[in-house]
Design a binder for this molecule. Sequence first.
Ligand SMILES: OC[C@H]1O[C@H](O[C@H]2O[C@H](CO)[C@@H](O)[C@H](O)[C@H]2O)[C@H](O)[C@@H](O)[C@@H]1O
Length: 699
Amino acid sequence: MRCLPLIDGGEDAQKENIFMPPLIRKVRFHFPSFPYKKKGGKGKRTKLGLRDAHSSDETRNCFHLTPVFCVVVVFHRASRDNSCEDVKAGSTTVKCYGCMDLAEIRHRCSSLEEYVAYIMLVPTILALATLISADELPPSCNRPVYCNSDLLHYVQTSRIYTDSKTFVDLHLKNDENKTLADFNELLEKTNRNPSKEQIKNFVDEYFQSGNEIEVWKPTDHNDNPPFLAEIRDKTLRKFAQDINSIWPTLGRKVKPIVFEKPDLYSFIPISNGFIIPGGRFTEIYYWDAYWILEGLLICGMEDTARGMIDNLIQLLKKLGHIPNGSRVYYAQRSQPPLLTAMVSLYVQKTKDLAFLKANIEALEYELEYWLETQTITFEKDGKSHTLLRYYAPSTGPRPESYYEDYTLAQQFENEERQKEFYVDIKSAAESGWDFSSRWFIGPNGENTGNLSTIHTTKIIPVDLNSIFANALQNIAYFQGLLHHGRQAAHWAYLAKQWRTTIEDVLWDNEDGIWYDYNVESGEYRKYFYPSNVAPLWMEAVDRKLLMERAPRIISYLRDSQGLDFPGGIPSSLVKSGEQWDYPNAWPPLVSVTVNALRALGTREAKQIAFDIAQKWVRACLKGFTDNKQMFEKYDVEQPGRIGGGGEYTVQAGFGWSNGVVLEMIKNYAYKMTASDSNPELSDESFSEIELSVESVEAN
Ligand SMILES: OC[C@H]1O[C@H](O[C@H]2O[C@H](CO)[C@@H](O)[C@H](O)[C@H]2O)[C@H](O)[C@@H](O)[C@@H]1O
């Protein structure tokens, strides 16, 4: 359920506004330094140790409102992962209309009686809410077997599986309550000390693997998509064709049994076929979907692309936000909010305005979610600013990496610090960069620590805010396309505000680049990360500024040493052993760098972009030739060598790797080659295309 943000005019205006149709009622966000000091609650100032910053929970406009609204908010938080299912009140089931605010509920209720019946639930909610101590965070999901139980703890710490994700991907053979009760019996019988073998026997008896998804061949897959004909270099044409042929091996569909008995599964059912990343990642992943979608659209798989977006929107409607992936244990965190960017890619390619019209409210809804839950307001240069950060508050270790998080947390002296660590770990997972020195803050602010110094929630990330600025701008544009002038103006205003704040807070005029910002120390994080150029990639910078800044940005990149490696662009220059650090190069980050430079648009920037792209495609081709597989990450030190580090073994497949290679081959179809001495270059039929494209680029 979504709280109603404050509208100018205070509480009375707020009440009147309840009955406005949702498309007319539009959130007008204020970014005040609201002096609300709530005792306890997630993100409270003392807990995070922030001096001048306060979290969106404190600034959240709902707290200006009547207690009823506050209760609604608390209820929303307490059941964030399951708030959209129908609510049972005694013997009556009251329809909950997919995490909506009161205005939307009123709008959808068929009668005033139905609305009143719904609202009558509030006292029950109030009672529930008071039971939830302000200091308590929700569990990772509301399914104890998967997120919060002795069973989970004992199984995961017994290490009966080497990969912690294996257990939480199993499905139950029996009802969850019976499973938990029977496990408690085992605990009692064994004096709470069951042997590894007893635990293994229990899991074998009560759980099963598989049976939730099946291989799905996308109906729009074409072995020979037209774009292949544009590729000048024969080896690259063959490479692109091979990659296109991987899509069907990564296609999956949820089996009907999961829809019938969702309580037995950790998989959250989605109705369309989808492309998985690959390997151990057999779900749909939020940010992976962006680069997968790019690849699908290049291969002409528009129906599959639309199905992927629709699946994400189904998850959004079910949970109130898009989870990290389609598993219950990912429910309390999201990933970089690229949904509107995906819709933009899809609509540009297909001109499918009907799809846009049908989903525009959902897109707005997602942005409101981020605004309501992830903003942080802080002072910089005597001015108050509000931006987004990654923030995934819930209790305990990540269920899919329970052993890893739990073991690390034991080093902390007290429970408070452990709780904080778990939130920072999950917030890093929300960023997609799990894990990286990007989130480490050592005693002197440095990024050279390890996971025990992770403080994700204190860092304002350049990429997140650029993605968000772009999303705001996209929605404004979409609303314009749909002739909703008022909404378009509203989102355009916010977009402008976001871009200005990115300028004020994240642009470092001294170094001529954007940096993440540490809100606690009030300092830039002056380290090389490909995310530093994300404002260019996401077109979150005014064109005029770009031209002015281009030479400095290029100098920064050249001097950074980030461009100096034969196998791609490293995630960082810090060798931390974590997978989003040196020497790993991740396809999405290489794509961000290339597209940032393309957007910068000078001849020099475009040349560097091409060089990086060609180097990358050649590296992936080498890896593919050697291993007959594509991998999630590679090693910058040696082209095509598979990446490593982190907490699980490198995975093959691989959704975004395929998407990024296709994007690059397609963008440079006329001039990229598989090697410097490529005889295919003499292919006469392409000389005309090359000349015309080059002259367009030069201008
Ligand atoms: O199981 C550990 C972590 O695995 C995922 O993260 C990695 O794979 C994802 C899928 O390709 C990708 O989106 C993410 O950027 C990778 O770091 C998962 O997303 C994490 O939440 C999880 O803890």
